[in-house]
Structure formats: C-alpha cells, structure tokens
Design a binder for this molecule. Structure first.
Ligand code: TPP
Ligand code: MG
Length: 337
C-alpha cells in the first residue's frame, strides 16, 4: 500500500470521497447484474468490479476541461468522471433518456458535458481518437489533457503502436492509461504478448512511463497527478500501466475456464475497497457509522437511477433510422432495406 505520507497529504475528506466513489461503482454494477438477470439490461455487459481504484484514482488528476476516452468496460470511468448515474442506467436500459439516447447501451456511454468520449467497443480503437483530440487541442493552443484508458489486450494491436508513436513524435498531451488486468477475454497476457512488462512499450517511443499498483487508489491518484503534471509541463504524452484484476468474468457470457478460482481469490485479497477502508479505520479516520451511512446514500442514488431508467421511454420505431447515414449515390430506400 502507498506510504502513509501520501494518504495524510490527501486528507480525510478526500480519502473518504475516494472510498465513496469506489463503492458507488461497485454497488452500481452489482445492481446491473441483478437487472441483467431480470432482463432489464440486455446485450453486452462488461463489469469493472475489482478495478475501481483505477477509474477513481485517475479522474482525481483531471480537470473539467480535460477529455477521457475509454473502452467498453467504462461504467466506472463514467461514474468517476461525474456522468450522471441516472443517464448511465437509462443507457443500460436502452432508453431515450440515456447518455446516447439508448442507442449504444453499456459499451457506448458518451457524455459531451463531461468530455467523456466513450465507450468504444473496438479494442485499441480509442487510442487514435485520443491522439486526434490531443492534436486538435495542441493545434488550437488549448492547455488540455486527454486521458486514454484501454486494456492490456490493446497493446497487441497495431493502433496502439501507431498512436504511441505519433503522440510522442508530435508531443501531444495524451495520458495513456493501460489497465492491465492480465487477460484479454480468455487469453492470458503471457500467452498472447512477448513483452508482458507493458510500460516498457513506451520506452520504444521515448515516452515517460511507470507501472502502478492498480489495486491501490492512492497509488493511482499520486501517479496520475505526477503524470498529468508532466504532460501539462512538457506538452508530450505519458504512459501509466496500472496493474489490476477483474474479479468477475470478461462479460456476462463467459464460463471463465481459463483461470483458476485460487488465482481470483488471491487477487481479492488486494480488493481496493476493503484495503482503503481498513487503512482509514486503523488510522482513526473512518468512524463506526460512516460506512453504513455511505452505503445508504449510495443505495438511494442507485435506486433513484433505476427508477429514472424504468420511467424512461423507448425511441419511437419511426425514429430508429434517424442518424443513419446514407452513403452518397445510394438510394435511401435501398440503404434502409
Ligand atoms: C479489434 C478488436 N478485436 C477483437 C475484439 C473482441 N474483443 C472484445 S474484448 C476483447 C479483449 C480485450 O482485452 P483487454 O484489452 O485486456 O481489455 P479487458 O476486457 O481486459 O478490460 C476482445 C479481443 C474487439 N472488440 N475488437
Ligand atoms: Mg485485459
């Protein structure tokens, strides 16, 4: 765990805020599992449970002017960024009141107000988007950072290498955050990639990088502050490899035959939520009634989001083809067929 000095420096209110945000993400997703079983949420659903320290830690270092590009495992990133739990839940339900008018679902949460650029289903697809956003900021002289979050699986894609290269070559303000949870679907990192020390990829592109304990929210926050400060000062990119673990299956359709229960149990001992909770309690900063009160408030927030999604509306059938572009020269009737 991080040094006591780091935590003391952050202060009680802030640390309790980190705990609250991690708990909100955990409880929100646990509720999503129930809603999935009840057939309220359908399609793909990738849970972030176990990885919460990464989203919460990284967001602390970003300001409202900065941007975030994420993956399909993005509920935690969106919640930590401050996207409304109501709009996220409505999106899960496929309702018009959702962040993407219910057209994207779990994998495509997008929110212009918080500069949350998705929600991207293509592995490594977010990296070139982040590089483009950062290029636009640089060309227009805006002092902004784009945080680009992706998994270990992305490092095996060409887009990853092209994006790191361009960001370093053109000195673009991108914070690359690799959430290395050691699996890409059912493939263990070492089975698919020759370099398992993923932060070292950055070296080939002359980019500063560090590996971080992604099960420790304070370690992530401290590293993210350091990284963002470096990006703002030098203008160029920075790479964080957050070593973490997902406690649940890859998605709702995954029998998890590729890893043993003992391995999962071993990682659960590093669960970022009880870890911070224990530290706070031992330091005398978390009082007996703090946690139940926090749980109660979180539960109320989630139930409010569920009620909002339930009361939401389906897009009228006649509107379904709206926003579907017809390629030039192709009759609209044929394209719709
Ligand atoms: C370009 C591309 N290839 C394959 C897939 C299928 N796919 C979906 S998730 C996934 C694993 C990605 O793993 P990782 O990047 O480590 O992220 P994690 O799911 O572990 O968070 C794959 C291969 C995809 N979505 N996009
Ligand atoms: Mg992974």
């Amino acid at each position: 765990m991080t040094a006591r000095a780091d935590k003391v420096h952050l202060g009680r209110e802030h640390l309790i805020g980190l705990l609250r945000q991690m708990l909100l993400i955990r409880r929100f997703e646990e509720r999503c599992v129930e809603l999935y079983s009840a057939g309220k949420i359908r399609g793909f659903l990738h849970l972030y449970i176990g990885e919460e320290a990464n989203a919460v830690g990284v967001m602390q270092a970003l300001g409202p002017e900065d941007a975030i590009v994420s993956t399909y495992r993005e509920h935690g990133h969106a919640l930590a960024r401050g996207v409304s739990a109501r709009a996220i839940m409505a999106e899960m339900y496929g309702k018009v009141e959702g962040t993407s008018r219910g057209r994207g679902g779990s994998m495509h949460i997008f929110d212009a107000a918080t500069r949350f650029y998705g929600g991207n289903a293509i592995v490594a697809g977010g990296l070139p988007l982040a590089v483009g956003l950062a290029l636009a900021d640089k060309m227009q002289g805006r002092n902004r950072v784009t945080a680009c979050i992706f998994g270990d699986g992305a490092a095996a894609e060409g887009e990853f290498h092209e994006s790191l290269n361009l960001a370093a070559l053109w000195k673009l303000p991108v914070l690359f955050v690799c959430e290395n949870n050691y699996y890409a679907m059912g493939t263990a990192l070492a089975r698919a990639q020759s370099q398992t020390d993923l932060a070292r990829h950055a070296e080939s592109y002359a980019m500063p990088a560090e590996a971080v304990d992604g099960m420790d929210v304070v370690a992530v926050e401290v590293a993210a502050h350091r990284a963002v400060a470096a990006v703002r000062q030098d203008g160029g990119p920075y790479f964080l490899e957050n070593r973490t673990y997902r406690f649940r299956a890859h998605s709702m359709f995954d029998p998890e035959l590729y890893r043993g229960k003992a391995e999962v149990e071993e990682w659960k001992k590093k669960d970022p939520i009880p870890r911070l909770e224990t530290w706070l309690t031992e330091a005398g900063l978390l009082h007996a009634d703090d946690l139940p009160r926090m749980e109660e408030a979180i539960s109320a927030e989630i139930e409010d989001a569920v009620a909002f999604a339930e009361a939401g509306h389906w897009e009228p059938v006649e509107d379904l083809a709206r926003d579907v572009t017809t390629p030039p020269g192709r009759p609209e009737r044929e394209a719709a067929a």
